[in-house]
Write a protein that binds this ligand. Structure first.
Ligand SMILES: [Zn+2]
Length: 95
């Protein structure tokens, strides 16, 4: 299994415990649950499904707002909480 991981280049970053988790997920075609970035990265490369322990991946902040003026649903990807259509400041209400 370590040889397999090494094929993808960064097997050295993974501990034996990580490797056995990966191996198990790979062999059973299961889902690996981990917040470890190296592990998630390896899952991506090897086509293993994974999900973070925490509900959202760190750094990802797609907030959905409802514009109070034009009632559009707006996905905000940065900190600019202003409706792109009518310019109304958005409330912090999230849907
Ligand atoms: Zn608006």
């Amino acid at each position: 299994m370590r040889d397999k991981a090494n094929e993808y280049g960064d097997g050295v970053a993974l501990s034996d415990a990580d490797m056995s988790l990966l191996a198990k997920a790979f062999e059973t075609n299961g889902v690996l649950v981990s917040d470890d970035f190296d592990l998630q990265n390896m899952c991506l490369k090897m086509g293993i499904k994974f999900m973070p322990v925490l509900r959202s991946v760190r750094g990802r902040r797609d907030w959905v707002y409802r514009c109070p003026a034009c009632k559009r649903k707006i996905v905000i990807k940065n900190d600019e909480k202003v409706c792109p259509v009518c310019g109304t400041p958005l409330t912090t209400k999230r849907e």
